[in-house]
Write a protein that binds this ligand. Structure first.
Ligand code: NAD
Length: 359
């Protein structure tokens, strides 16, 4: 059956980088991938046309799509919008919420060709390949009650860190299944020495473990995990954690790889429907200049093929094409170094396509 793919270029560099990723998607179609691709507006560009960041038409298309490819949203042009509900990022949050995209996959991979770009010593990061599985729709970012109010003559801010067993179980299953497909080790990160909600988190992970006897489950407190991530990151394979800890640890892990322009991500729901996007933002400082790195977005297409479209061979082909281009010394400005050739966004797209066809 023909599956639908929705491309949401978004704002800033979004249109430039998704244009290159769409070419790669088209090359997959030419090799038999049975998908129908359409485009939609999200974020600031949607606000400019429809007065809202997530128009009904986009939401409808998103619900019907098996995979959504997003560039990025936001930029200074829309920072002045007073109604927070109309800000570009609300469009992104709206899609996540409406589609129930609770499982955020954040790979942190160092290409050996780019190990020098990391802030850590190359030997600590060469070959790094971590998958952080972050719960995305619950935890302290969404818990009620929340607010700032007057108590005993002063203002008090408060949030609620809450997870139900079912929320923990479903993200746990995503992580165990991911570990089964990789190196069969799973580290669950919590703060069970202090927070009851993560005592429950740990209990649920332990309860799931016997169902995945081939996976070795370990636990780590989040403060230790942060230290270990910068001390010896290669000890990790799959990491599972809640929304806030995952937010912080996945960005730290991203920087170990040396470039934010290289990192894709996925957000999935229970039926495997997913939104795929680069980890970086809309980079307004370089928008429209044809210099942005499109590789994270191209690699997001690979993740879509693997996790929503069940086409692992095409995913591997894209990843291998990216590896080949890096081997050949081609770099966009953000990852350039001595001895490499700096290319534009579209030239990088050309090179990946050529490598994809030649493999
Ligand atoms: P950013 O990731 O957009 O940019 C940070 C720095 O990295 C900039 O110097 C930028 O030029 C560079 N950069 C980012 N992506 C790059 C790429 N592909 N190639 C080369 N260089 C790249 O983060 P920011 O500056 O904090 O945010 C800019 C806007 O993006 C804000 O409006 C923010 O809200 C939005 N944002 C959106 C998302 C998203 O859509 N998922 C995520 C983060 C930030």
């Amino acid at each position: 059956m023909t599956q639908k793919i929705l491309v949401l270029p978004g704002d800033g560099i979004g249109p430039e980088i998704t244009a290159q990723a769409s070419r790669v998607l088209a090359a997959c179609q030419a090799r038999g991938l049975d998908v129908e691709v359409e485009e939609g507006l999200l974020g600031g560009s949607a606000y400019d046309v429809h007065g809202e960041p997530l128009p009904a038409e986009t939401l409808e298309k998103a619900k019907a799509a098996r995979g959504i490819l997003l560039g990025a949203v936001g930029g200074p042009r829309w920072d002045k919008i007073e109604d927070l509900a109309k800000r570009p990022e609300k469009g992104l949050l709206g899609v996540r919420k409406q589609l129930g995209l609770f499982g955020n996959l954040r790979p942190a991979m160092t290409y050996p060709q780019l190990a020098e770009a990391s802030s850590l010593k190359p030997e600590l990061v060469a070959g790094l390949d971590i998958m952080i599985v972050r719960e995305l729709t619950g935890g302290i970012y969404f818990g009620q009650p929340r607010g700032i109010e007057e108590r005993d003559g002063q203002r008090v801010g408060f949030n609620t860190y809450v997870y139900s067993e079912s929320e923990i179980e479903r993200i746990g299953r995503v992580a165990f299944e991911m570990a089964q497909k990789r190196n069969k080790t799973l580290c669950s990160v919590d703060k069970a020495n202090v927070l009851e909600v993560t005592i429950l988190w740990r209990e649920v992970m332990e309860r799931l473990a016997p169902e995945y006897p081939d996976v070795e489950l370990s636990h780590m407190y989040v403060d230790n995990a942060a230290m270990q991530l910068v001390r010896a990151p290669k000890q990790f394979d799959v990491v599972v954690t809640g929304n806030m800890f995952g937010d912080i640890l996945s960005d730290a892990a991203a920087m170990l790889t040396g470039s934010i322009g290289m990192l894709p991500s996925a957000s999935l729901n229970e039926s495997g429907q997913g939104m795929y996007e680069p980890c970086h933002g809309s980079a307004p400082d370089i928008a429209g200049q044809n210099v942005a790195n499109p590789l994270a977005t191209i690699l997001s297409v690979a993740m879509m093929l693997r996790y929503s479209l069940d086409e692992p061979a095409l995913a591997e082909r894209i990843e291998a094409a990216v590896g080949k281009v890096l081997d050949d010394g081609l770099r966009t400005a953000d990852i350039a170094s001595d001895g490499t050739r700096t290319v534009s966004t579209s030239e990088m797209g050309d090179a990946v396509l050529a490598a994809f066809e030649a493999l």
